[in-house]
Each structure stands twice: as C-alpha cells, then as structure tokens.
Design a protein around this ligand. Structure first.
Ligand SMILES: [Zn+2]
Length: 256
C-alpha cells in the first residue's frame, strides 16, 4: 500500500533496461531460475484466504464485464479460474509455476499458481492486494480479447508479418489487456468503491513487473516466434491509466 513512485521507477528501470535478465526469466519463464521461490506456499484452493481473494477479484471482473457487455445487448461468457501448484495440464499444453499467471484461450481458464503472488511481493516489491488484482484483471483482459475475436485477428496478422511486426502486435495485445484491467478498476471503483489511495500505484507497479505472456507460451511448449516483448513501463502505465480514467472499451484501441 505504501508503494511510491520512487520504488516504481526503480522496478521499471531494472525490468526494462535489462539490468538482470535472469530476474525477468525467473519471474515468468525458464523454469528453475534464481528467483524461484525457496519456500513455496502450500497448494491452495479457493477455500484458502489467497484463493478466496483471487476468486473474489475474478467475480468482480465478471460484474464489470457483464455490465459492459449488457450495454451492447450481449452476454458475457465469464472466464474460469484454476489455481494450481507446481504444474498443470491445460487446453494450451502443460505449464509449470514458472509460467506465472496466464490465460489459455483454448479452454477460457485463467491459471494462477498462488506462489506467484509471493514472488510479486518479494522479487518485485509489488505489494498489496491491488497489485494482485491487476494481474488477474490483466489475464481477464486476454479473455476479453479472445471472446471478442481480437486475439484471432492479431494471430492471423502475425502469421504474415515480419518478426518485428509480430513483436509490435504482441506488445499491442499486452497493452490492451492492461487497458482492460484499467477498465475493471474504473468500474470496480465506481460501483463498489474498491479503490483506495495507493492502490493505483500498486497496480502500476505490478503492471511494470509482470511480463507478457510470451514467456509463458515458451514454458508451455507452444510455438513462440516472438522474442521477449513488452510495452515499455511507461506504455503499460499509460494504457492502464487510459482504461482507468475512461472505463470505455473503445478507448483501449492500442492497434490504432
Ligand atoms: Zn498478458
């Protein structure tokens, strides 16, 4: 909660200037990296406090997106949640905890190993519930991209694009998911007054600390032609803030 702009800048700098690439790999990929949690928490189910928190946030994203879809006369097919420990088989292949949280478009599940949240705190100093909530809302953002057909269109465009263009498209996908996470924060605050002072800093810290899904695909053994792709820390914050301030999907067109 007390996380200020100084810490944020430090993390963004370390992460995006490539000071210690092992740290990046350790967070979301590579398996067995130096930042692997030494004392992983016990396997959690939604009956645990942490599991319940994740479930709660996911439910809150459901409220938000259901309302937005309803405005357009549509029903929101909610993302599902699976907590796991160590490894899991998914509709997108098998994954280990090293993948970090991810969304699988093939089965519409958000997969989270709760030990990741501890990593978020210890390795990246992204403290607080709102940092965790941002991570979940970002993954749900990928769910939105999937059910609205954006993911398919981007994947199709990537297939006939150069490596550099593929990377650029991937970054735009990530930034849009950040913007969608901002939309959730906007509505959660409006409707349910969830956002306290300091929360946004927590989210922005996490936004910078959490890598995109590129590494996760690699860990899952899926085809990954992209190199490591993120928006810059500034870009990720910018798009989260955009979603946060407007709350409107049309303001999240990162492909423009
Ligand atoms: Zn992502």
């Amino acid at each position: 909660m007390k996380f200020g702009i100084v810490g944020l800048v430090a993390i963004v700098g370390a992460y995006f200037l490539g000071i210690d690439p092992r740290l990046v790999m350790g967070l979301l990929g590579g398996g067995g990296g130096p930042v692997q949690s030494e004392a992983p928490i016990a396997p959690s189910t939604p009956t645990d406090e942490a599991g319940q928190f994740v479930q709660h946030v996911l439910g809150d994203t459901e409220d938000t997106w259901s309302a937005i879809f309803a405005e357009h006369g549509d029903q929101y097919p909610a993302a599902k949640l699976r907590l796991f420990s160590e490894g899991i088989n998914t509709g997108c292949g098998s994954a280990t905890s090293a993948a970090g949280p991810f969304y699988c478009p093939a089965d519409n599940y958000v997969y989270i190993d709760l030990s990741f949240f501890r990593q978020l705190e210890t390795e990246f100093a992204a403290q607080g519930d709102f940092a965790k909530a941002y991570v979940i809302a970002h993954e749900v953002g990928h769910h939105i991209q999937t059910i609205t057909g954006i993911s398919d269109r981007v994947r199709a465009a990537q297939q006939r694009a150069s490596q550099a263009e593929q990377n650029a498209l991937q970054v735009r996908m990530e930034l849009q998911a950040d913007c969608y996470a901002g939309i959730w924060a906007h509505h959660a605050d409006r409707a349910r007054q969830l956002v306290e002072s300091g929360d946004i800093d927590e989210a922005l810290t996490a936004a910078s600390a959490v890598g995109d899904d590129t590494i996760q695909k690699r860990v899952q053994g899926q085809v990954n032609q992209e190199s490591f792709t993120h928006g810059s820390g500034a870009q990720r914050q910018e798009w989260f803030r955009k979603g946060l301030s407007s709350g409107r999907v049309q303001d999240c067109n990162t492909f423009d």
